[in-house]
Design a protein around this ligand. Structure first.
Ligand code: NAP
Length: 334
């Protein structure tokens, strides 16, 4: 356990944040004693994975657990599926690259998403028409309330659009391992025009390797590398509105970018709404809105959580005024 531990290098916004106490979790076996200690001392606590979906304050009281359980193995392979068991601290992109190299396709659309494997089911990460929940067989976790290890099936995880059981039960489950179930029958997921166009423009067959490379290339063009410019990817969820509300906004704003959602409602592109309000590429002191993608906020120099949340509020208000739509922040505010 380390006191006054700097988290500046452990959050992709690059905010200067100090944990009162920090401890690295390299094995699930550490958790029972550690959780008992936290409860005895009545410490505030939280888990930090890659820090790529986190807004950290200057001081984090209590204990911050740095998830670093590694390891990935093939646990089963039958006629239809390959099962992979992966530690919660494994870097997501490195894992996806490994699956492609091993010829276990399925996750290629989710290439280059920052963060850890353990964080992937929490938010049910998604990109280019694929959500990780589709490929999760089960999640292993330590239940802080009952002090026991539990296994949640895919059904128990209640995956939905950027949502899961875990999000609705914060401070309860510490994810230690994720078991993936990748089907051996593979079909490319090319419903997103940008991805399909990228492949056809380069005259490339839609193989898992080519899709993986295309997703990496597109993301590199549009999203800032946190090493160069601090960011947490999309800052707001894409709002889902009723068809009536969609019709009314579309009548006023004919260029509105939207897509039907799985439940028959309408998903609006939050980046387009923000762009229309004039924020794209704008700088507000130390922070700002990325010039190539209005849904991404960036830390230009020594920005803080307060700076980002202030900017977020301004943008939320502007979008609410102009479109009557309330945006919801995607990353976790610690
Ligand atoms: P984009 O292509 O500019 O499209 C804007 C939005 O429209 C996206 O957010 C996407 O929603 C939606 N969209 C586009 N084509 C669609 C289709 N055929 N069917 C349904 N919805 C469609 O988006 P982008 O910002 O470059 O991102 C591309 C993909 O990477 C998206 O899936 C995005 O979610 C993902 N991504 C996620 C993060 C993150 O931090 N969570 C960061 C960057 C990119 P969806 O977001 O619902 O897919």
């Amino acid at each position: 356990m380390i006191s006054n531990f700097s988290l500046k290098e452990r959050n992709t916004f690059g905010f200067d944040s100090q944990a009162e106490l920090a401890d690295e979790i390299t094995s699930a076996d550490q958790l029972p004693a550690l959780v008992q200690y936290i409860q005895e001392k009545q410490l505030a606590w939280r888990i930090l994975g890659g820090g790529s979906n986190a807004i950290l304050p200057a001081q984090l009281p209590g204990i911050t657990l740095l998830m670093n359980i590694l390891g990935q193995e093939i646990t089963n392979s039958d006629e239809t599926h390959t099962y992979l068991s992966v530690g919660a601290g494994v870097q997501w992109h490195a894992f996806v690259r490994w699956t492609i190299e091993q010829d276990f396709p399925g996750l290629e659309n989710l290439a280059l998403i920052p963060g850890t494997v353990g964080a992937a089911p929490i938010q049910n990460i998604g990109a280019y028409g694929v959500e990780v929940g589709q490929y999760i067989d089960s999640v292993q976790a330590f239940d802080v309330q009952t002090q026991a290890f539990v296994t949640l099936t895919q059904e128990a995880c209640r995956f939905a659009y950027r949502d899961s059981y875990f999000k609705h039960h914060p401070q309860r489950l510490i994810v230690t391992k994720v078991v993936f179930k990748l089907p051996k029958a593979w079909t490319p997921q090319l419903q997103y025009a940008e991805l399909a166009n990228h492949l056809s423009a380069s005259n490339l067959a839609p193989s898992p390797q080519n899709i993986f490379a295309a997703v990496c290339a597109i993301r590199k063009q549009k999203l800032p590398d946190p090493k160069d410019l601090g960011n947490v990817g999309s800052f707001f969820h894409n709002p889902i509105v009723s068809n009536a509300q969609y019709q009314s906004i579309a009548a006023q704003f004919p260029g509105l970018v939207s897509y039907p959602d799985a439940e028959g409602k309408r998903k609006l592109a939050a980046g387009w709404l923000i762009d229309q309000c004039g924020f794209k590429g704008q700088r507000f002191g130390a922070v700002g809105v990325y010039e190539k993608q209005a849904l991404v906020f960036v830390n230009h120099s020594n920005g803080t959580a307060q700076d980002i949340l202030h900017l977020a509020k301004q943008i939320e208000n502007a979008v609410l005024d102009q479109f009557g739509v309330q945006l919801q922040i995607e990353p976790t505010i610690f």
